[in-house]
Design a protein around this ligand. Structure first.
Ligand code: SF4
Length: 343
């Protein structure tokens, strides 16, 4: 067919066949779909996390737990520790809950509705798994697709109100065949060509279809609603050491970083909580500050250290020399860097 008469999907799939990213959870273009376990795992890991960060986690994880059954049989604490550093820890708890449901029922459901009923699987993830693992036609819209489609159609409403219009526009270009390849092609185009800043329009297979390109304004889309500043909260982290070991606690299952191993901390509140939450009275010394951005607030924590002496207290005494193996979330890993910097 004359290139001018190809549909958006045909142009994009042709580009994907030659330019796709090779990723450990993918099948090559046109090949049979990958193992649904690997598709599901990668999609959950990729929620709010970059490909480069996810890749080593995915490889370690699949070597250790290669199937739903293997993951379902894992100890909760091992799974939470293996997830440390990926952030958004509710995902790890849901991942384990989902693996146990799937292992009990025998297989992952192959429809969007069936997938959406599982823990941790929302509209986007259900659509992505249905398309990529099961070849079903599904409208898959992640942040990359949002950007490409809002530019292709010059959708002027601001996000997030524009989402229904973006989804409807994506529906008009989604093909019946090669649905999984199409979804991955859109993701690759958004990541490699239709970039947030400096889109490489002259290399883009959809240039002739793109309203924003013709208008010379690709970077004006997607239109974003003005961002509200995140509130600032404050906290204190406590490093209590004795005989080469540091005191660690397990955070409550509910709430931020739930179920994760952690340094003891007080509350995270609007003004400095001082020594509230200290595991024992001692000569605590402040050695620095760590900052971490959560979804709904920014946190600044003072790091306090003390010698624990013979204080009786609840928790685990973890060897300081092996602290990297404790599976601590990023906030606490930053505090450790401060402690190590003072040694
Ligand atoms: Fe994005 Fe430019 Fe391609 Fe339009 S032409 S889809 S703005 S890269």
């Amino acid at each position: 067919m004359d290139a001018k008469h190809l549909s958006v999907a045909e142009r994009l799939l042709d580009w994907y066949d030659r330019n796709h990213r090779s990723l450990p959870w993918r099948s090559p273009p046109g090949a049979p779909p990958p193992d649904p376990y690997r598709v599901w795992l990668s999609e959950v890991m990729l929620q709010q996390t970059q490909v480069a960060t996810v890749r080593p986690y995915f490889l370690d994880w699949t070597a250790r737990w290669p199937s739903f059954a293997a993951l379902a049989a894992a100890a909760d604490a091992d799974v939470m520790a293996a997830w440390a550093g990926l952030g958004y820890y509710a995902r790890a708890r849901n991942l384990l809950a989902c693996a146990r449901v799937v292992a009990a029922r025998g297989a992952l459901p192959d429809t969007e509705d069936g997938l959406r009923a599982l823990p941790g699987i929302g509209d986007y993830t259900a659509a992505a798994i249905a398309a990529i693992a099961f070849g079903r036609r599904a409208v898959v819209v992640d942040a990359n697709v949002e950007r490409v489609v809002s530019r292709l159609f010059a959708i002027g409403a601001p996000l997030p109100a524009a989402r229904p219009a973006i989804r409807a526009a994506t529906d008009t270009i989604t093909p019946d065949d090669r649905a999984g390849d199409f979804a991955q092609a859109m993701m690759d185009l958004g990541s490699m060509v239709c970039k947030v800043r400096g889109p490489r329009c002259l290399l883009c297979p959809l240039r002739d279809d793109c309203t924003a390109f013709r208008a010379g304004t690709p970077e004006a889309f997607p239109v974003k609603a003005a961002k509200k500043a995140k509130p600032q909260r404050f906290g204190t982290l406590f490093w209590a050491e004795r005989d080469g070991r540091v005191l660690l606690v397990r955070r409550p299952d509910k709430g931020l970083l739930g179920g994760m191993r952690a340094l003891p901390t007080g509350p995270w509140v609007d003004s400095d909580p001082g020594m509230e939450g200290a595991p024992f009275a001692a000569d605590w010394r402040s050695i620095g500050l760590v900052r971490h951005g959560f979804t709904h607030f920014d946190l600044a924590c003072t790091v306090m250290v003390a010698d624990a002496g013979d204080e009786p207290m609840q928790g685990e005494w973890w060897p300081v020399a092996e602290i990297a193996d404790a599976g601590l979330p990023t906030l606490f890993a930053r505090a450790i860097a401060v402690v190590e910097g003072m040694r």
